[in-house]
Structure formats: C-alpha cells, structure tokens
Design a binder for this molecule. Structure first.
Ligand code: TNX
Length: 537
C-alpha cells in the first residue's frame, strides 16, 4: 500500500518535472520578432492581426482534424504539401512515437465571425495553429494561407533540431467573389491530363475554385462522347498549325474532375455552339445542314461554322452530349458557348440558345454562355460571361442574370504582355502584369453593381501556345493577380504592396517548375531552385 502511494507520487513528480522541463525548453526559445501582416500572402486575407511571436513547426508537430471525412482529407492534403515543401513528416490524426508538443488543428465549427461558406479563421500561437471553418472548402482555403506562411528555410539556431518559424497572430478571411475561375482552351491546342492537373494544383494554391475547360472548337473536339464516337475518332486529331490534337476519354475527364474536387475546385465543361463547330460537323456532316462535308481546320479564324439550328438531329445530338458530360460533372454549371456565331442568323441563334438552355437545365445544370446569349429568351438563372460587349452584359443584368467577368482587355491571359511577347495575341490589348491587376471588377462595367457579378474568370485561349511551358508563360504571373481581384476586397488591394508579394512568389513558382514570364516590373525574389526561363526579355 505504502509502496504504491510512493510509486504514484514518484510518477506524478516525474510527470511534473517533464512538463516543467518542456516548458523550460520552450521558454528558452527566444523567437525572433515576426510580423504576420507583412507575409507574402496572395490573395491577401480580409483581416490580419499579428502578435509578433512564432509557431515553431518541427518534428514534434502533429495535425488533428474534426472527425469528418472531408476535414480529414484537408488535413492529409496539408501534411502532404508540407512534406513536399520542407521535407517534414507531419502525422495526421495518428499517434506517433514522438510526443507531439505542437498541434495544427483543423476544426469544423459553426461558430465563426463570418457567414460565407468558404470563410475561415486562423489562430496561430506559439504552440498551436487552429483553423476554424464551417465547411471543408473553407478549411481548404485556410490551409492555403498556412502553406504560404510556412517558410522554405528552417531556422537551425533556436533548437538542436530544425524548426520552421510561422509568425503568430489571427487571420479572418473570406472571398470577395463566389466564383473564382480560370479557363483553358484545350481545343485550339490539346493539353494533357497531367498539364491540366499541374495548372489546377497551382490555381488552388491561390484560392481559385473553378476551372472552365473549352473542350470543343473548329480545330478539334476533345471529349469522348460514347453515343457519338466519331467526334473523337475523327474530330479530335487536329489542332491549330496541324499538330496531332488529342482528346480526353471520359475516364480522363473524371480523373481531372476528381483532382479538382480534392482541391475544392469545380470543372465547368464548355461545348461551344452553334458556331465554333467545324470539328463536330467534320465528324457528323449532318449537323451543319448545308450538305457539305467540312474540311479539317487548323487555322485561327473564327465565326465561319454553324450548326443547323432548325434540324431535329442537332438537338438529339446536343441532348446526348450534354447528358453524357453532365453525368460526369459534379459542378452545377454547363457552358454552352454561344460566341462569335457570325454565320448563324440572329433569330436562329436565339432559337438555338433557348432550346439548348432548356436541354442543359433538363440535365440538372445551370447554363453559362458567352455574353451574346443575353438576347435569347432564357431563364434568369442562366449566367452570361462578359468578354467584350458591354451592351450584352447590361442586357443580361437587366434580365436578372448574373455575370462572370472576363473582359478581354484585362482578364485575357492570351493577350501579349507587350510587343516583344513571343506568344499571344493583341486584338483586345497588350496586358502587362500591372494592367492585369490594376482594375476594379466591382465597377468595371458602368451600371453593373457587385451583386450582379458572380466573379471573374481569366481565359487562356491557345491559338499561339502548344505546350505547358508556353501556357505558363502567358498565365503566370498574371493569373495570380486575378486570384487576388477575386478573393481580396477592393479596399485591401494595392499594386505597390501586391507587386512585392508577387516577387516573393518566385521560390514557390520555381519549386513547382512554373516557367513564368519574368516581367521586369517585378523584383523577383532569388530562390534556391534553378530558375528556368523559356523567353528572354
Ligand atoms: C475570342 S472570347 C474568342 C475565342 C478566341 C479569342 C482569342 C471568345 C468568347 N471568343 O474564340 O480564341 O478571342 O483571344
């Protein structure tokens, strides 16, 4: 009896000594002063309150999440990205041989200061990082912020082991716009599943939540449709300049969709109609209704093709295509194109858009179309994507439709930076890095208010680019600016401040092997990774 009391006292004493030893150990760490608000975050959060100390991420750190399958996945994603960034193993919801002294806790809670479904709050103290979110999407946006403030280099002077110092403080954050999109034209030139995934992964880091794939155009049809097999047997083997083309099987497409879903992004499939349909009519000449079999088209002109908008077979075709694609698209939208149908009569165009919108709705999706669709008599739940014609945008809003803003002069990633740019076009404008950022979507189209705008989307048309390096040259760094316009409220946006944060993205972009355009407007931070550039400026 006496022995056991003695033993217990000893154990308790030992425990207390260990805790004191740990605390002493912690106290000796004299963290250098940090400032969370001067970190390199893009997009900039809504509110940052620095507390000027540091969370020492190290081998004694563990990630825990709420007991929710989606939150667990967010924890695993974070652990994986920490590992690829700094080669540190952070266990998730598991006990390890090392006693964790510090935790990153990803917590599902309704108790948030902000209403938005993608909002999150992050509290960083010396021994914990707590990310609170209502949804896994919110938690996922939160961990992007954390990834950005974990330094690449460890501090090896404070302890005997490596420690990465994360500045302490509080972040309250939510998106400025609900739809934060980029578009990739895989029709003019085909891009592989791997290329698309690489683009998605980087877009997710900057809090994008949508990738629109322009899957069909005159030069090629890029998605397998099982009920109309010639679309890919015949319509996919061409591209601008005469290259081999290519297409996604439905399995490939599902693979892209689930890769995006892991990053809380949706895929918006676009089948461009009734114009931009040469490749479809090449496969099935009955679709164009003029009795002629079209030729393979590898040029870059637009506006010469159309479906026969009065033929029943066209609607049977559209119904099959929309049904098959919708079945493998979990996102709520289907993009029906509708741009530059120059050889379709106006009344035929409107008739077509009305019928196709109903087909899209019949398959449970919300139609999106380029701004030309505003003149058709369609439900106001349809969305118009403004790219060049302000009148169309206004007509859409007057009808109660919401807009996605993609103004050619600001948001088009295929516009050249300047006259020396090796790739790109310039019909809308030259868009240097500052110009892509310095505009206000909230007031860009006179008379259109923020509540009419779903968000902005940065389209990358691929007439002049045929591989991932060229894609990256046009997309980066401008698309990072579009990320901030979409996420950060206008009061917090400022070019002088942004351009410093952008320069500090170089180590990340280099590590990801992104061959961005090294604009001279930006002071690019040196990085330990090899810096490759395909174009000298
Ligand atoms: C206009 S924007 C187009 C595309 C071209 C692009 C080139 C739009 C809806 N149509 O067909 O690829 O310009 O910048």
């Amino acid at each position: 009896m006496r022995n056991s009391i003695l033993l217990r006292t000893l154990v308790i004493l030992l425990g207390i000594t260990t805790i004191i030893a740990c605390q002493e150990k912690r106290e000796i760490i004299n963290f250098p002063k940090t400032d969370l608000s001067t970190e390199n975050l893009i997009p900039l959060p809504l509110k940052i309150t620095p507390t000027n100390s540091a969370f020492g991420l190290d081998q004694f750190t563990a990630i825990y999440t709420s007991n929710d399958a989606e939150f667990k996945k967010v924890g695993a994603f974070l652990s994986n990205k920490i590992n690829t960034k700094i080669d540190l193993d952070v266990p998730v919801n598991t006990a390890t041989d090392k006693t964790p002294t510090k935790v990153i806790y990803i917590n599902k809670t309704e108790n948030l200061e902000l209403d938005n479904q993608e909002a999150y709050q992050m509290y960083i103290t010396q021994d914990s990082v707590i990310i609170n979110a209502k949804t896994a999407a919110g938690a996922f946006r939160g961990i992007q912020t954390l990834r950005q403030i974990i330094p690449e280099e460890s501090n090896d002077t404070l302890t005997e082991h490596k420690m990465w110092l994360v500045p302490t403080g509080k972040i309250i954050d939510q998106p400025n716009f609900e739809y934060r999109g980029a578009m990739l034209d895989v029709a003019r030139h085909f891009f592989s599943v791997g290329d698309v995934k690489k683009y998605i992964d980087i877009l997710a880091y900057y809090k994008f939540n949508a990738l629109h794939l322009h899957l069909t155009d005159d030069q090629g049809w890029r998605i397998e449709i099982k009920s109309w097999p010639k679309l890919t047997e015949i319509g996919a083997s061409s591209e601008v300049g005469g290259g081999p083309g290519g297409f996604y099987t439905q399995e490939d497409y599902k693979d892209i969709v689930s890769y995006a879903a892991e990053r809380h992004m949706i895929i918006i499939p676009e089948v461009d109609m009734p114009g931009h349909t040469n490749a479809a009519s090449l496969a099935y000449p009955q679709l164009n209704g003029n009795g002629k079999t079209p030729k393979v088209y590898t040029g870059t002109h637009v506006g010469f093709s159309t479906f026969n908008t009065r033929a029943d077979i066209v609607y049977a075709f559209v119904d099959d295509v929309v049904r098959e694609i919708s079945a493998i698209t979990p996102g709520p939208y289907f993009h029906l194109g509708g741009d530059e149908s120059h050889v379709t009569k106006k009344e035929d165009f409107n008739y077509f858009v009305e019928k196709v919108s109903k087909i899209v709705e019949g398959h449970g999706k919300i139609p999106i179309g380029w701004d030309e669709i505003a003149h058709a008599d369609i439900n106001k739940s349809a969305i118009a994507q403004f790219w060049s014609n302000e009148k169309n945008a206004k007509t859409a809003v007057e009808k109660g439709m919401k807009l996605i803003l993609s103004p050619g002069k600001k948001a088009y990633l295929d516009m050249q930076y300047d006259t020396l740019s090796k790739f790109g076009l310039h019909w809308a404008a030259y868009i240097p890095v500052d110009s892509a950022y310095v505009w206000t979507p909230e007031t860009y189209v006179e008379g259109i208010a923020k509540e009419n705008i779903l968000g902005i989307e940065a389209p990358l048309w691929s007439e002049t680019i045929s591989n991932i390096a060229e894609l990256e040259y046009l997309a980066f760094p401008r698309v990072i600016g579009h990320a901030e316009l979409n996420w950060t409220i206008k009061e917090n946006r400022n070019w002088e401040n942004y351009k410093v944060r952008l320069g500090n993205q170089a180590p990340y972009l280099d590590r990801m092997n992104v061959q961005y355009y090294p604009s001279k407007l930006i002071d690019w931070k040196k990085s330990k990774h090899t810096y490759k550039t395909i174009v000298k400026d």
